[in-house]
Design a protein around this ligand. Structure first.
Ligand code: COA
Length: 382
């Protein structure tokens, strides 16, 4: 049975003091319903992807479903740290495949900017192993700084190559009206920005944000009925890796990403070279370089060369994060996976405007949760 994305919506990411979590969720939900011309009555269930620890409101699905008019239909929450939105999407896929629901609204939503950066970093740090790591002060920038140092040591990757990722993603962010930052940055500005966790500087890091995105997922029959342009989820891959980095064989690769990628390519019956456009989890610039390698877009250790040669720009081998990526859109943790899916659908429908990859027929999304404890890779086709 084919499973398709029939409708999509995307709110503006950023500091959204104007909206509660349920209001953030309603924006893309109503846009997605309008997109495919349906109402709440046509939807069987809601799955919310979110990381609960940032919200004052507990049990978010309850308050969201009431606000968006989805009572008395069932609602669920999925949590897989920064990949919570992709976990929601995969859950919807499974429910529909099992024949339990025909049409499901998947809403990735996160409100985090009411907290200060130190509060956010401390909460995030606890997605690292609390017993052996975060109790001793590890933070996400700290973990990814370790990955970056190791990558530099093993493969000669440079800080300038990492900065090239930020230059590209901020460049494409200027073409995305939903992004938190819509301004280009120069090499000089990146290299002289404040050090967050050496070698990572501020512009190597994604920014925190509030935001939400929504997907209406349906079985083949319903997807064809409610959408003129259903986009098919042809390959889904999901995997986990040891929670503690101390238990990983290597920290210059994310094993869950390698595994999830293999599953998705096999199921979609295609290879990395067949991908026309990709959204990968660039929570830090080094993460995008590792993603190129983990997904097989280039050989292991050649991520730096790949960006230097502009192979991930439109016109290169595989355009990556042409919506600006997390770097430019901001990273409202639970919403990111659904935001990536939104971009894949936009590209495959040919609706991506100034950032459109001409003739895109196969798109990939790669959403890492935590420091690689979870990864979801999806492949979409027209
Ligand atoms: C890098 C970081 C520490 C900076 O936070 P901060 O020092 O508190 O910065 P502020 O929020 O005070 O912002 C200061 C300025 O820099 C900008 N800014 C903040 N973070 C930025 C980023 N990552 N990239 C570019 N600009 C950024 C802000 O918009 C603000 O600009 P303004 O003064 O023109 O409004 C923060 O963005 C961060 O924690 N990022 C990592 C998030 C993370 O780990 N996510 C999970 C990954 S899996």
């Amino acid at each position: 049975m084919k499973i398709g994305v029939a409708g999509i919506g995307h709110g503006v990411f950023g500091k959204r003091n104007d909206a509660t979590a349920q209001e953030l969720a309603f924006e893309p939900f109503s846009e997605a319903m309008e997109d495919c011309g349906i109402t709440q009555q046509d939807i069987d269930a809601t799955i919310i992807g979110s990381s609960p620890e940032y919200h004052k409101q507990r049990s978010l699905p309850g308050v969201v479903t009431e606000y968006i008019g989805m009572n008395p239909k069932p609602a669920f929450l999925t949590e897989a740290a920064c990949a919570s939105g992709s976990a929601a999407l995969l859950s919807a896929y499974g429910f529909i495949r099992a024949g339990m629901f025909d049409v499901v609204a998947v809403i990735g939503v996160q409100k985090m900017m009411e907290l200060s950066t130190p509060e956010i970093l401390a909460l995030m740090g606890r997605v690292g192993d609390v017993q052996w790591e975060s109790n001793f002060g590890t933070t996400f920038p700290g973990y990814y700084a370790l990955y970056a140092r190791r990558h530099m040591h093993e493969f000669g990757t440079t800080e300038e190559q990492m900065a090239q990722v930020a230059i590209k993603n901020h460049f494409y962010g200027t073409k995305n009206p939903k992004a938190r930052f819509q301004k280009e940055v120069s090499m000089e500005k990146i290299m002289s920005s404040k050090i967050v966790a050496s070698p990572l500087k501020m512009f190597d890091c994604c920014a925190n944000a509030d935001g939400a995105a929504c997907l209406i997922i349906a079985n083949e029959d319903k997807a064809r009925k409610i959408s003129d342009t259903p986009i098919w989820l042809e390959g889904v891959g999901s995997a986990t890796a040891p929670f503690s980095v101390l238990n990983r064989a290597s920290i210059s690769t994310i094993p869950s990403a390698v595994e999830a990628g293999k599953q998705a390519f096999k199921m979609a019956d295609c290879e990395p070279k067949n991908i026309h456009v990709a959204d990968v989890h660039d929570c830090f610039t080094i993460a995008e370089l590792m993603a190129y390698e983990d997904l097989g877009f280039c050989k292991r250790g050649e991520g730096g060369k790949f960006i230097e040669e502009k192979q991930s720009y439109i016109g290169g081998k595989i355009p990556v994060n042409v919506d600006g990526g997390l770097k430019s859109k901001g990273h409202p943790v639970g919403a990111t996976g659904t935001s990536m899916a939104y971009e894949a659908v936009k590209q495959l429908r040919g609706e991506a405007g100034e950032r459109q990859v001409d003739g895109a027929e196969i798109a990939l999304t790669h959403n890492v949760g935590g420091i690689g404890q979870y990864c979801f890779v999806n492949i979409y086709k027209r």
